[in-house]
Design a protein around this ligand. Structure first.
Ligand code: ATP
Length: 332
């Protein structure tokens, strides 16, 4: 593919998009509340949060479709609001809500039509390449009316890619898709950075897009509650927790041993305790204190915190007021 938009004079930046203290209020309802994040170039970044978290509003502000109440957005080196900042939008593709498809045109014609909207025509070779990229080469001359939802979403993404944008912004591209359709969208997004396109994609379901993302920005109630790689988010959440299983006759003695040694039990299910000892107490110490009470654990493990658990915990916190809107990762 070749770039069709004229070169843009921009300040050099490693990030196609940076957001600082971004806020949006509707009346007295603050729907985006001091968001701060950076999208690294040539990565797939997931903007993830439950329904109503403020994802679409944030994306619309990045695209100049909604006016921010406060804060700063830098898009491809231009600060939104400064003279000629709109030039940056020629280098940004977007799909907000429904894909921008004309049902009376074939897939190929939809792409050719879109090329009129970006500056300069896109040649046939680029259209063919885009159709191949989204696995629609075999249906290029069909009208999208008969396409599956997944094919329509893929055509929508191809339309956003006309003119080889530096950044594409995709709002919930997996919405309504079956698992196979979601996997196809994930694979497609994963291929985009290879040709120099950075991706910002939103979803209310972590599992849907997490595997395709290099970085995650997790939102709740209009605030960033965590951001970073999966490993970074998890490392901030890992608790010093052990799962200890004993036999039925040892239950009371185990309970008493934990109590006597100041080991908090956060949960007990049947004969399994979930205990949260101080950081300097390890599995050997727990074994030792149990055996000194004549209790011999049949299993003693440290459960891993899954990203799904961390996500649910982060977005379900009733009030994020004390977490800091710009915090990279919230410690547990
Ligand atoms: P979803 O996953 O459901 O799409 P979202 O994270 O994209 O949710 P937004 O669509 O950005 O969330 O909405 C965030 C909040 O802002 C919601 O409470 C919504 O009702 C409110 N909101 C959005 N647009 C407007 C508007 N034009 N006027 C008033 N409130 C609005």
């Amino acid at each position: 593919m070749h770039a069709t938009a004229p070169p843009l004079e921009t300040r050099p930046t490693d990030s196609p998009c940076e957001v600082r203290h971004l806020t949006k209020r509707y009346g007295d309802h603050t729907v985006v509340d001091g968001l701060t994040f950076t999208i690294p170039r040539n990565q797939v970044v997931g903007l993830i949060g439950p329904n109503g978290a403020g994802k679409t509003t944030t994306m619309k502000m990045l695209l100049g479709l909604v006016r921010p109440s406060g804060g700063e957005i830098s898009l491809l080196g231009r600060t939104i609001g400064e003279p000629r900042w709109g030039d940056a939008l020629h280098r940004v593709g977007s799909m907000i809500e429904a894909p921008p498809i004309y049902d009376r045109l074939t897939a190929r014609q939809n792409l050719q039509y879109q090329s009129l909207a970006v500056q300069g025509a896109v040649d046939d070779a680029e259209v063919d390449e885009l159709l191949r990229l989204v696995d629609l080469a075999g249906r290029a001359d069909d009208r999208p009316r008969g396409y599956s939802l997944g094919m329509r979403q893929r055509l929508g993404i191809a339309i956003t890619l006309v003119g080889q944008p530096e950044l594409v912004i995709l709002d919930e591209p997996g919405n309504g898709l079956d698992p196979a359709g979601i996997i196809e969208i994930r694979k497609l997004m994963g291929r985009l950075p290879e040709s120099g396109t950075t991706v910002l994609v939103s979803s209310h379901q972590l599992a849907e897009i997490q595997q395709a993302c290099d970085q995650l920005v997790i939102l709740a109630n209009g605030r960033t509650v965590a951001q970073g790689t999966t490993a970074e988010i998890l490392s901030g959440r890992s608790r010093h927790v052990f799962r200890v299983t004993v036999t039925e006759p040892e239950l009371a003695a185990a309970s008493e041993a934990f109590r006597r040694n100041g080991i908090p039990v956060s949960e007990r299910i049947d004969t399994t305790f979930l205990v949260e000892p101080p950081a300097d107490v390890d599995g050997r110490d727990l074994n030792r204190l149990l055996s000194s009470a004549d209790v011999f654990a049949s299993s003693l493990t440290r459960p891993e915190v899954s990203l799904e658990d961390a996500f649910l915990e982060l977005v379900q916190q009733p009030d994020h007021a004390d977490t800091g809107a710009h915090q990279e990762v919230i410690p547990s």
